[in-house]
Design a protein around this ligand. Structure first.
Ligand SMILES: Cc1cc2nc3c(=O)[nH]c(=O)nc-3n(C[C@H](O)[C@H](O)[C@H](O)COP(=O)(O)OP(=O)(O)OC[C@H]3O[C@@H](n4cnc5c(N)ncnc54)[C@H](O)[C@@H]3O)c2cc1C
Length: 387
């Protein structure tokens, strides 16, 4: 099999790249280990998607097909420090329709999958996994575990944090474990959330409530490993009581609708996002702390930018040329580094129990809250990537 672009991994980032290339003349192959599945009830993996990425998903024909009864806009956000600090964001004050959308990972995944399956210039090779990769001046060659051979002018690694392709290509990755897990669970709430997202920086981690339809909310509690393990082991009743108390009973009593699951957290920075005939996108290119809810938001923008660069090439240009790929890497470097350092810095800033530091960080939140220009600029940067 021969392709112009071979994408390994049809998760959110890889499938979005393929969908974004639907208007191009490029012949695309996708190697994916397993087709996506949609859990009964609410998916434990719920993501905050920025308006910029809602627009991107709309432009590639995905957003408009998502079930609107499974998505909630965020109009307001309250951030609480660990000693009385508070920062509020409002879509209305910032001149935006919403700050973010909250929805299930598998809702987007399913729609992306069905879309690329129907796409005229895509061949889905699934279930399949790579066993060997070799790259030379002429092409990249991938051998699958079942012996099939694929040749492509460009290979895109979209196979997640532990990317097989990245490792097979010898690209180094520096991992900084947080010794924390992101504990996620979904609840029905006694009180209306009014489309507000809440976040508490607590001595036992960062707790977030994200609004979902039908008076539901999704919890993400990034907690030190031992506390995270305790949370997952609690009975449903005890977990509800603990999460309600940790959130100051803001949404009243809670009823568990999706059991708790925990994901180990780490910062991952790669030595390079590109090589001749190879580009990394999504979690294969970067992993960040989920406290800002930006992981796949970065991945979608990787897909958008790479697709734009590839689609703009004249027919005689080789999509695997290093200068083409370097332009993609340069375009993505700033936002990726900024979010990695900001989320890492915030996580570190709110960790120590030192009372002086605690006073300073809470003062910082309160000061920012009193400066609407700075506050609104922060919202615009988080949403659109520019002040
Ligand atoms: C607790 C938690 C909360 C989060 N909340 C948010 C949030 O609110 N907003 C946000 O933007 N992000 C959030 N994230 C981050 C988000 O989960 C990731 O950034 C996102 O899932 C990465 O998508 P991806 O497509 O790059 O990789 P993945 O989702 O890992 O997809 C990789 C794909 O490649 C396939 N694959 C892997 N290896 C192979 C192989 N060898 N052969 C073939 N196929 C292979 C897999 O089957 C999969 O389909 C959160 C993460 C955590 C842990």
């Amino acid at each position: 099999m021969k392709f112009d672009v071979l994408i390994v991994g049809a998760g959110l980032a890889g499938a979005a790249l393929a969908a974004a290339l639907r208007g191009s003349t490029l012949k695309i192959g996708i190697v994916e280990a397993r087709p996506p599945s949609r859990p009964a009830g609410w998916d434990p993996r719920i993501y905050a998607i920025s308006p910029t990425n809602a627009d991107f998903l709309s432009a590639i024909g995905i957003w408009q097909h998502l079930d609107p009864t499974r998505m909630a806009p965020v109009y307001d956000m309250e951030i609480h420090g660990d000693a009385g600090g508070r920062l509020d964001f409002s879509a209305y004050d910032s001149g935006l329709r919403e700050l973010a959308w909250i929805l299930e990972s598998s809702l987007m995944q399913q729609e992306l999958w069905e879309t690329v399956k129907r796409q005229h210039n895509v061949t889905l090779i699934c279930p399949a996994s790579p066993a060997a990769l070799s790259i030379d001046d002429a092409a990249a060659r991938l051998t699958l575990t079942d012996g099939r051979r694929i040749e492509a002018r460009l290979v895109v690694a979209a196979d997640g944090r532990d990317s097989w392709v990245r490792q097979a290509a010898g690209i180094g990755a520096r991992n900084t474990p947080y010794d924390e897990k992101g504990v996620v669970a979904n609840f029905r709430c006694e009180k209306a959330h009014r489309n507000t997202a809440f976040q508490w920086f607590r001595p036992d981690g960062v707790l977030a409530y994200l609004p979902l339809p039908e008076q539901h909310m999704s919890m993400v509690w990034s907690a030190p490993d031992a506390i995270a393990d305790e949370l997952v082991a609690l009975s449903p009743e005890a977990l509800c009581a603990k999460v309600a108390a940790a959130g100051g009973h803001r949404l009243g009593a809670l009823e568990l609708v999706t059991p708790a699951a925990a994901f180990p957290l780490r910062l991952m920075r790669v030595d390079t996002a590109v090589q001749a005939r190879l580009a990394l996108i999504g979690d294969a290119a970067h992993a960040i702390h989920p406290l800002s809810g930006h992981g796949i938001n970065l991945g979608y923008q990787d897909a958008r930018v790479l697709a734009e660069q590839l689609a703009a090439l004249p027919a005689w240009r080789d999509p695997g040329e290093l200068p083409v790929l370097r332009a993609y890497a340069r375009a993505r470097a700033e936002e990726t580094a900024l979010l990695q350092y900001t989320t890492h810095g915030l996580n570190r800033l709110f960790k120590p129990a030192d009372p002086l530091l605690s006073g300073l960080r809470n003062l910082g939140l309160n000061l920012t809250n009193k400066l609407p220009v700075l506050r609104n600029a922060l919202v615009r940067y988080a949403i659109a990537g520019r002040f």
